[in-house]
Design a protein around this ligand. Structure first.
Ligand code: ARG
Ligand code: ZN
Length: 477
């Protein structure tokens, strides 16, 4: 496949060039009951958001995204990204109109099942009106041709995410909503999909996407990388980090493909911890059950302005040389976050509390302090009067608190309190059951309570309430 010939899927080829007019600012078209109206079928617009109170416009109603095929080209010098995306989706209502989430960039052509569709921009919504209504249950494909310099997104807590330019490329991280800065999607954690990413860059630059590398083809000074992610993942875990990297590939002892990359300008000794990713993945598999994806690894970039690492599916992104527990944490997320994903952002502790517990478990099993001691130490650190106790992990209060210390630490403390209550054997069973039961799915704190009660045979609502929902230190802790 040629990297310079960017098309938007078989049926849409002709339109890509012909319909050059930009859709941004095009007038809105009223939703109309199109095909099927004669038989009395009504078609209505899909909702602008997926119903998450923290991010009301993230995700979209009326359909379920299944697969994204991204075919893009990037120029690290100008920062310009261009190309196309095709989303395959299934309608969950009779749709007269539906949205994708996209910020910035210029959209030139939108097609639905290969036919030109009307589209306009409204904030982060790309509002698409197909030529004919789409019946509930039908599968359809949406092609979007677009270009521009992606804008970084600043979160409610002041941190940055999305397409973050580096000296030699970009560090691409999307939690919670950064992915809409570089491709149009249903940008909510409840709407998972598989991905193909084909990215063309100047030869010498490498691209790190999710899943396995299908091919890399070089011609005329450019190389196209094709990454394939077959298992469904939420959009916030999609990456395309690119730049100049030293790389090592191989397999874990269990046989899983491993992709490791380090930007040679990173200081410290990034390889010393990164290269343990294989061994850590295998160890976590012994603890939490079958590894959910087709590959493991990690990418260490020189992107210190970001200030955090992210558990991008199959290949965490590190903004600097990570310490060992950060690698343990991000790989732990592959089960807890990447495979079992909170349906709503308020349940983020199901990611961060679990991944912090994974650090404690690793420490306990590798000659360090026990998780019980970690709990005791933090209880001593935070007296009842400390503001730490004001943020309940399962109800952190809003997007500014998603990555606050209590979400991580009190979340993990809650899990240790639960382990002390039900015993180590039942707790280990709970983690494996949780990972298996909701594999590739969405979950909530209420789901965890149900599973914990079933696995342990104990009533645990009091413990969950005190540790996860109340804005105060649990009585008797
Ligand atoms: N999930 C990341 C972790 O493992 C943190 C992401 C923080 N994101 C942000 N936009 N501040 O800790
Ligand atoms: Zn984390």
């Amino acid at each position: 496949m040629s990297h310079r010939h960017l098309t938007i899927g078989a049926g849409a080829v002709a339109l890509a060039v012909a319909a050059g007019a930009a859709v941004a600012g095009a007038p809105a078209t009223a939703a109309r009951p199109a095909t099927g109206a004669a038989q009395g079928t009504t078609f209505t617009p899909g909702a602008a958001g997926a119903g998450d109170p923290y991010f009301p416009l993230a995700g979209n109603g009326g359909y379920d995204a299944r697969h994204y095929d991204l075919r893009l080209a990037y120029d690290p010098t100008s920062g310009r990204l261009s190309g196309s995306s095709v989303m395959q989706a299934r309608a969950t209502q009779n749709l007269s109109r539906f949205d994708l989430d996209l910020t910035g960039l210029a959209v030139s052509v939108v097609t639905v099942d290969g036919r030109t569709a009307q589209a306009r921009r409204d904030g982060q919504e790309l509002v698409i009106t197909p030529a004919a209504g789409i019946r509930s249950g039908h599968t359809f494909s949406v092609g979007v041709q677009y270009a521009g310099v992606p804008r970084v997104i600043t979160d409610a807590d002041g941190s940055i995410e999305g397409w973050v330019r580096t000296a030699d490329g970009a560090f691409v991280v999307g939690e919670p909503v950064g992915s809409m800065s570089w491709f149009p999607s249903s940008n909510a954690p409840s709407d998972k999909a598989s991905f193909d990413l084909r990215m063309s860059v100047p030869t010498g630059t490498s691209v790190w996407g999710n899943g396995v590398l299908r091919s890399h083809d070089t011609s005329a000074g450019r190389t196209t990388y094709w990454w394939h992610q077959p298992q469904p993942i939420p959009t916030y875990l999609v990456t395309a980090t690119l730049g100049r990297f030293d790389q090592r590939t191989g397999r874990t002892a269990h046989g899983l493909p491993v992709y490791l990359a380090v930007d040679p300008s990173v200081t410290g000794s990034p390889w010393s911890t990164l290269q343990r990713s294989a061994e850590i993945t295998d160890w976590e598999t012994t603890q939490f059950g079958r590894y959910p994806f087709s590959a493991t690894g990690g990418v260490v970039d020189n992107a210190r302005s970001v200030g955090y690492a992210l558990e991008t599916a199959t290949k965490p992104m590190y903004d600097r040389a990570p310490d060992l527990l950060t690698v343990v944490h991000e790989l732990g997320h592959q089960w807890f976050g990447d495979s079992v994903t909170p349906r709503l952002w308020k349940d983020i502790w199901l990611n961060e509390g679990f991944a912090t517990y994974v650090e404690w478990l690793w420490t306990e099993r590798h000659g360090g302090v026990t998780a019980d001691v970690q709990l005791k130490t933090l209880l001593a650190k935070y007296p009842a009067s400390d503001p730490f106790w004001k943020t309940p992990p399962a109800n952190p209060g809003g997007p500014a608190n998603l990555f606050s210390t209590p979400v991580y630490e009190r979340g993990a403390m809650a899990l240790v309190a639960l382990r002390q209550r039900i015993g180590e054997a039942a707790f280990a069973r709970l983690l494996r059951t949780w990972a298996a039961q909701h594999r590739y799915g969405g979950a909530s704190t209420a789901d965890l309570l149900r599973t914990a009660e079933r696995v342990s045979g104990q009533q645990l609502d009091g413990l969950f309430d005190a540790w996860l929902y109340q804005p105060r230190r649990p009585a008797g802790s």
